[in-house]
Design a protein around this ligand. Structure first.
Ligand code: GDP
Length: 425
């Protein structure tokens, strides 16, 4: 093994990327305690595990078998980051602690996210702590989608929640799904982008659903909310506004692209609903993650400073740039020892490399590189820009430290977040 690393990726390494960056999603799930963050995460791992391991979700018996096995094993997510796959996308879920006491840790994890799912309880709506987490996500400019959970509960009120998201969180809710029924009659959603119904087929696990034309009795409501969705989109995009004012129609792909762009603008949030506990709406939530939350490429570059703090340094999100990463969590693993979870911003690192920790002014050697899945950990040879990776073997690196190429030092943590500037003309 090399003792010092190559400063930049070789052509071979650049060509060796298996997962294209535009199909990577680094996301967090943020919620008020009890809103259903754990249940939602578990269901996400369940459905992504099913599709990854046995293919199509609609294969009845295979799904049941798989779910039985999972139940026996008891899926638990204890890791700081978990990787799963959905529709040819790699989704890295980064754990965001849910308690107020961990505010600093929440901020640290916000820092490495490209997007988040904000989970709300359809009965209690926006609660004080949801506001705190929301502000933190604002501060770190994390694009979000909202999942109004627990639609099966007595007292569930989707529209009140949407109203609170607008008023209490100062967001522009772009409702892309309307519930069909609620409480024990919660049977599906109207997909306002495709203008069709998504109806669960009543099996206990909700793993099957069907897309159908919107029934006559719901057409007027669907039309009304489709109009509101287009208005929200038009508000966030000048060209869309022009088109809207001219009374032109929006195609499905165009509308999707506009929602995606809007989501990157922070105030604009797509809103979906479901019941994680009853396995309703989790698959369409995953579709929305892939469809609307940004990839690492949507963040053009990361900004850092030189070690003396004098000079700003920009690093593009690319394997060809010098390596830079931020450690966001250090855990002790019973099998591997110290695991340092890092977000790689630029360049590549390989097992055996020596890297610089400019924050502590020390060199560290990469023992192993690991990707964590719900039920296994996988050794990998190389980690690349945009990746979330667990490094084994680091001795003195702590949460918040930068790791970078020895010959190209940069400090990421001292990054200054621009406060929104309100200019008065
Ligand atoms: P967390 O604290 O946000 O992680 O919330 P949990 O996922 O632990 O959920 C809190 C409680 O709400 C648990 O008792 C769950 O079973 C329950 N729960 C979660 N999702 C739903 C749902 O969709 N419907 C109902 N009725 N209960 C739910």
């Amino acid at each position: 093994a090399r003792s010092t690393r190559m400063a930049v990726a070789t052509e071979e390494e650049v060509a060796g990327r298996v997962v294209p960056l535009e199909t990577v999603r680094n996301i967090g799930i943020a919620a008020h305690i009890d809103a259903g963050k754990t249940t939602t995460t578990e269901r996400i791992l369940l459905y992504t595990g099913i599709t990854h391991k046995i293919g199509e979700v609609h294969e009845g018996t295979a799904v049941m078998d798989y779910m039985e096995q999972e139940r026996e094993r008891g899926i638990t997510i204890t890791s700081a980051a978990t990787t799963c796959f959905w529709r040819n996308h790699q989704i890295n879920i980064i754990d965001t602690p849910g308690h107020v006491d961990f505010t600093i840790e929440v901020e640290r994890s916000m820092r490495v996210l490209d997007g988040a799912i904000a989970v709300f309880d359809a009965v209690s709506g926006v609660e004080p702590q949801s506001e705190t987490v929301w502000r933190q996500a604002d501060r770190y400019r994390v694009p979000r989608i909202c999942f109004i959970n627990k639609m099966d509960r007595v007292g569930a009120d989707f529209f009140r929640c949407v109203d609170e998201i607008r008023k209490q969180l100062n967001a522009v809710p772009a409702v892309i799904q309307l519930p069909i029924g609620s409480e024990s009659n919660f049977e599906g959603v109207i997909d306002l982008v495709n203008m069709e119904e998504v109806v669960w087929l009543g099996d206990e696990f909700g793993s099957k659903y069907e897309r159908r034309p919107i029934r006559d009795s719901l057409k007027a409501q669907a039309q009304e909310w489709r109009e509101k969705l287009i208005e929200a989109v038009a508000e966030s995009d000048e060209k869309a506004l022009e088109k809207y004012l001219e009374g032109q129609e929006f195609g499905v792909d165009e509308l999707r692209a506009l929602i995606r762009n809007g989501t990157c603008k922070i105030q604009f949030v797509p809103v979906l609903c479901g019941s994680a506990f009853k396995n309703k709406g989790v698959q369409t939530l995953l579709d929305a993650v892939v469809e609307y939350l940004p990839s690492p490429l949507d963040v053009e570059h990361v900004r850092g400073v030189s070690v003396d703090g004098e000079k700003e340094i920009y690093r593009a999100t690319s394997d060809r740039e010098p390596f830079s990463a931020l450690a966001f969590k250090v855990l002790t693993d019973p099998f591997v020892g110290t695991l340092t979870f890092c977000r790689v911003y630029s360049g590549v690192i390989r097992k055996g490399d020596t890297v610089l920790n400019p924050t502590k002014n020390i060199k560290e050697r990469i023992g192993r590189l690991l990707q964590m899945h719900a039920d296994e950990r996988k050794d990998i040879e190389t980690a690349r820009s945009g990746d979330i990776v667990a490094i084994a073997g680091l001795k003195d690196t702590t949460t918040g430290d930068t790791l970078c190429d020895v010959d190209n030092p940069v400090v990421l943590e001292r990054m200054v977040f621009p406060e929104p500037v309100i200019s008065v003309a």
